[in-house]
Design a protein around this ligand. Structure first.
Ligand code: NAP
Length: 306
């Protein structure tokens, strides 16, 4: 049986990590790059490079631009949350009826916006705990083992192509509760990441601000329950403490974005949570204050605050 084609939009950290592992397993992959200039740069480089456990491997994966005419049956959207809607809009006309679209974005909000744009497609939400970063253009370092939780909001059964992920060695778990997972990850992120930016510290140094973390976790539990996400609230404070301890030496992704002067995904993390709380008539003074402080901090640094 002929394997069906994977289109991967975005040759950044996670897009490259997925594309190289799929291609390495002999599965057909096409990269979708934003424009001719990026395609030219990619072709000059001669492919994508994956560094894993000290080994570097280059894979010459064919690439195309957004306006290529090739139809798309399976699309992995691997850009940041703030780019997803625009990127998907620009290739929506290429999707065949019943196309499957995997959304790798962190936080919440972008997935629902993309799903609303594509009523004919099956949108699959992915919550990844893998870690990767770019050491240079079109070169990715696999930095942290994890898994990819996947599911769809309609709770349909797992698709047959999950076997491609088995062949490619991409760890994954199909779940009927993907929204619970995404909400939980959102809450963990809101409890840790903004504070690491404001205190300018590693995750572990939040142990010196335990009262602040505790108060935030109490408010997060209330917000999650009021937003109809009680599962995501169970044992939240304990898990926040576990993550702070287990990742004590690490800098959070938001901290790294700020230090590297990249736009953060604040609107899809703390921003989404504050708006959801307000919609449910839930006062969230600490989270709103934290969001305001973070926005001020980003503005003071001359970084986008949305
Ligand atoms: P990234 O390294 O910044 O890569 C994003 C890529 O998307 C870039 O290569 C960018 O292209 C591309 N892109 C943006 N708009 C595009 C468009 N219209 N058409 C084509 N390509 C477009 O981001 P990432 O770290 O892979 O993160 C992706 C998502 O996964 C985020 O929501 C992130 O929070 C989440 N996530 C990441 C990790 C991780 O370890 N990296 C872990 C878990 C979750 P250019 O190169 O041309 O700018």
């Amino acid at each position: 049986m002929k394997a069906s084609l994977w289109h991967v939009l975005g040759a950044g950290s996670l897009g490259s990590l997925w594309a190289t592992r799929l291609a390495r397993a002999g599965l057909p992959v096409r990269l979708i790059l934003r424009n001719e200039a990026r395609l030219k740069a990619y072709n000059a480089k001669g492919g994508l490079t994956l560094s894993e456990q000290g080994q570097r491997q280059s894979l010459d994966i064919p690439a195309q631009t957004l306006d290529d005419p090739q139809p798309i049956a399976r699309l992995l959207v691997a850009c940041k949350a703030y780019d997803a809607e625009r990127a998907v809009t620009s290739i929506a006309s290429r999707l065949v009826p019943g196309a499957e679209v995997l959304l790798l974005q962190n936080g919440l909000g972008s997935q629902q916006a993309v799903a609303a744009l594509l009523p004919q497609a099956r949108c699959i939400f992915v919550s990844s705990t893998e870690g990767a970063f770019r050491d240079e253009d079109f070169s990715v370092v696999f930095a942290g083992q994890g898994t990819n939780w996947m599911g769809d909001a309609q709770q349909r059964p797992a698709p047959a192509w999950l076997y491609d992920l088995v062949l490619a060695g991409i760890p994954h778990q199909w779940t009927a509760d993907i929204l619970d997972r995404l909400w939980r990850k959102l809450a963990l992120n809101c409890a840790i990441n903004p504070l690491t930016v404001l205190h300018g510290c590693r995750n572990g140094e939040l142990q010196a601000h335990a009262d602040e973390v505790t108060a935030l976790c109490d408010e997060l539990v209330t917000v999650l329950e009021r937003c109809g996400q009680p599962q995501a609230a169970v044992g939240l404070h304990e898990e926040v403490n576990r993550v702070i301890e287990a990742t004590a030496a690490n800098y959070s992704s938001m901290y790294q974005d700020v230090v590297q002067r990249r736009r953060t995904e604040i609107s899809y993390l703390l921003g989404y949570l504050c708006i959801a709380a307000a919609r449910h008539g839930c006062q969230a003074p600490l989270l709103n204050r934290l969001r305001e402080q973070l926005i001020e901090h980003l503005k003071a640094k001359g970084l986008p605050s949305d």
